[in-house]
Design a binder for this molecule. Structure first.
Ligand SMILES: N[C@@H](CCC(=O)N[C@@H](CS)C(=O)NCC(=O)O)C(=O)O
Length: 233
């Protein structure tokens, strides 16, 4: 049995971590049965980040490696119908979200003081009073360091949000009026796109990124469609 280790559901989403939500979405798209184990401390994960899965004696960390493992082990290639060029294109879209949109989203939640209090409450509100004052601050510092090392954290808020909006607009433009990102049939990149788009649109945070994403009716409808089709439980 596949066990998915991930954070608790937050912000009215299956997961406020787009990488965890991507893997859970992939499992549903592939029709693979799984159970979920909630973890609060990613430092206990094999690579210090969530998600990871176990499957019998196998343990796989990192959403992309998990999808590769599941694809190979269970013969669930969701990209089978795509041409080589379409595969290249969907890979580029995936990387745009996972390596670019991720960081601007992280900035909006963990650094921008307008949205940090709501983030702190959503992620740490359940903790006992003493820890509740200490732990969020420590993790916020770690996020700031990661953002600085990656580079996004060195820009001004206006620059960061302008870059984020460009990515969101590109995603919505590429989706256009297609039901799924690569056309009429759902494919692997939809797991990433749904996770990232829903993580902008659904949480009760009116960040500039959320506003930019909600301004695209096709993106909003896309999220609603995938939720209705695959997350009706
Ligand atoms: N490349 C990894 C990224 C996973 C990742 O960044 N996970 C975040 C949550 S969204 C995490 O666990 N962060 C904890 C930390 O950085 O301490 C993947 O695709 O799974």
């Amino acid at each position: 049995m596949i066990t998915l280790y991930q954070f608790k559901p937050t912000f009215n989403l299956p997961n406020a971590s787009p990488f965890c939500m991507k893997v859970e979405t992939f499992l549903k798209l592939a029709g693979l049965p799984y159970t979920v184990e909630i973890m609060h401390d990613p430092r206990k994960a094999p690579k210090g980040k969530l998600p990871y899965i176990t499957d019998g004696k196998s343990s796989v960390a990192d959403s992309t490696l998990i999808v590769q493992y599941l694809t190979k082990t269970y013969g669930k290639d969701l990209n089978q119908h795509l041409s080589t060029e379409e595969k290249a294109l969907s890979h580029a879209m995936k990387i745009m979200m996972e390596e670019h949109l991720y960081w601007v989203t992280l900035y909006s939640r963990w650094v921008d003081e307008r949205y940090w209090p709501a983030t702190r409450e959503a992620f740490f509100g359940h903790l006992p009073p003493l820890i509740k004052n200490l732990v969020p601050k420590l993790i916020q510092e770690s996020m700031k360091k990661q953002l600085h090392a990656q580079g996004t954290g060195r820009h001004t808020p206006d620059e960061i949000y302008a870059m984020g909006k460009q990515g969101i607009d590109a995603l919505a433009t590429f989706l256009a009026d297609k039901p799924y990102l690569m056309g009429d049939r759902i494919s692997e990149v939809d797991a990433t796109a749904y996770a990232f788009a829903a993580n902008l649109i659904v949480p009760p945070l009116d960040t500039p990124l959320a506003i930019a994403a909600r301004a695209h009716p096709n993106l909003v409808a896309y999220c609603a469609r995938i939720k209705a089709e695959y997350f009706n439980d």
